[in-house]
Design a protein around this ligand. Structure first.
Ligand SMILES: NC(=O)c1ccc[n+]([C@@H]2O[C@H](COP(=O)([O-])OP(=O)(O)OC[C@H]3O[C@@H](n4cnc5c(N)ncnc54)[C@H](O)[C@@H]3O)[C@@H](O)[C@H]2O)c1
Length: 396
């Protein structure tokens, strides 16, 4: 069996995946649509996409097997629901949704239809997660009781340009997207290691003070003025997780934008921008070199991506990645986000074609997304502790 995939959203992120799915041996056809017809036409020509649709609705009415959602971060939930209702398999960029009801509806639809839903959480495949999953499986951590995941990306490092590209004249309205509604690179990085889920959260938001109209409640479509937020979670096994979502921070996100720390009773893992260590009661091992990713592809392919974001879009595999499971056709192709793109693109195709549940399925995606939705609510209520609903594990 092989499949056709329709990519929705001809923005900055989609080309990486258009190239990979076009090369994938089990993908017969890749299609494209965008609400801005010029973007669809220009990207289709550049990436060699032969079939385009005039709209998302037109794509849903077509015989395409799967839809891959690469639209702005607040649009994914409703679009995934509509695609599943139309009988399409769904790949969605992060986050899964921005409302708990949307998450619940996606899970209900996946359960009812048996269609594949996968959230493209890059951090699941970061060298840090791969390394820590392996150490945990070997018992080297002992009991993990505390972990931290941060997504540290300053607005000045590419986000102003990205929101302007994305939002046009009204870009400030959406550039205020609440940091905790984009929680998956922090929460997902931790939970993809431990397999746990968060049950309760207390979060504090830091109100922005730059005064440039971004993170200004009177302008914000999300009524949001938090630019940084910190949340403390209780996990189902009694452990603790802390996350930071930072958009105003003196930190080099182009070197490493997601940082992981995992503390167990026998071993611990700590990551900074350029230094990563494994520690036991006896000493410290510098494992920074294992976290380094080789550059992949070339910057000319990234002409619609702001220069400050290009390093992330170019980062390839690290020594801890096992590329032997990937299609041979991917060798030498553009990767990105710490080597995750090749694994994401292949895992979605494998899930649909082999009818197996993907690693970041709807149930796991809910556990990576809901903690942030409730964290933001907690911050709006001055840090009050809130319970986080859980949809359980994916069915076997
Ligand atoms: N590490 C990661 O996982 C990672 C990295 C980058 C981006 N992302 C996510 O990927 C998504 C896409 O990012 P981007 O930078 O390409 O965004 P973008 O704003 O550059 O592009 C989004 C595109 O979607 C189009 N669009 C909006 N509504 C549409 C509709 N109804 N039908 C068709 N097209 C529509 C827009 O016109 C725009 O061209 C975002 O949600 C972002 O959060 C994730």
């Amino acid at each position: 069996m092989s499949i056709s995939i329709g990519v929705v959203g001809a923005g900055q992120f989609a080309p990486s995946f258009l190239r990979l799915w076009t090369a994938h041996p089990d993908v017969t056809e890749v299609r494209l649509t965008d609400v801005v017809p010029e973007r669809t036409a220009a990207m289709a020509e550049k990436q060699g996409v032969k079939v385009t649709h005039s709209s998302f609705e037109d794509m849903l009415d077509s015989d395409v097997d799967a839809v891959a959602i690469f639209t702005q971060r607040w649009l994914h939930g409703e679009m995934a629901i509509r695609a599943l209702e139309a009988g399409k398999h769904v790949y969605s960029t992060v986050p899964m949704a921005i409302e708990a009801d949307q998450v619940a509806r996606i899970i209900e639809l996946v359960r009812e239809t048996g269609l594949t839903y996968m959230m493209g959480e890059t951090s699941y495949y970061y060298p840090s997660s791969v390394y820590c999953r392996d150490r945990l499986a070997k018992g080297d951590f002992g009991r993990v009781f505390y972990s931290e995941g941060d997504y540290v990306h300053d607005m000045d490092l590419g986000f102003y340009a990205a929101y302007q590209y994305s939002g046009g004249e009204d870009w400030k309205k959406t550039a205020s997207f609440p940091p905790m509604l984009y929680p998956t690179h922090a929460v997902g990085n931790v939970l993809s290691v431990t397999g746990q889920h968060a049950t309760h959260v207390s979060c504090v938001g830091v109100k922005d003070d730059r005064g440039d109209g971004v993170f200004d409640k009177s302008v914000s479509q999300f009524d949001n003025d938090f630019s940084n937020a910190t949340a403390l979670f209780t996990l189902a096994d009694g452990g603790v997780m802390r996350t930071n979502e930072m958009r105003r921070v003196g930190y080099p996100s182009h070197i490493r934008e997601s940082r992981l720390r995992v503390f167990g009773t026998e071993g611990s893992f700590e990551q900074l921008a350029t230094t990563t260590v494994w520690q036991t009661k006896e000493g410290v091992e510098d494992i920074s070199q294992l976290m380094e990713t080789k550059p992949s592809g070339n910057a000319e392919d990234l002409d619609n991506v702001d220069p400050a974001l290009r390093d992330a879009f170019l980062s390839g595999l690290s020594p801890v990645h096992d590329r032997s499971r990937l299609p041979a056709e991917f060798a030498g192709l553009h990767n990105g986000h710490e080597g995750s793109h090749h694994f994401l693109a292949d895992d979605f195709v494998r899930a649909v074609v082999d009818q197996k549940i993907p690693p970041v399925n709807a149930w796991v995606a809910a556990r990576f997304t809901l903690p942030g939705i409730y964290a933001h609510q907690s911050a709006l209520q001055g840090g009050v502790q809130l319970q986080i609903p859980d949809h359980g594990n994916a069915p076997a």
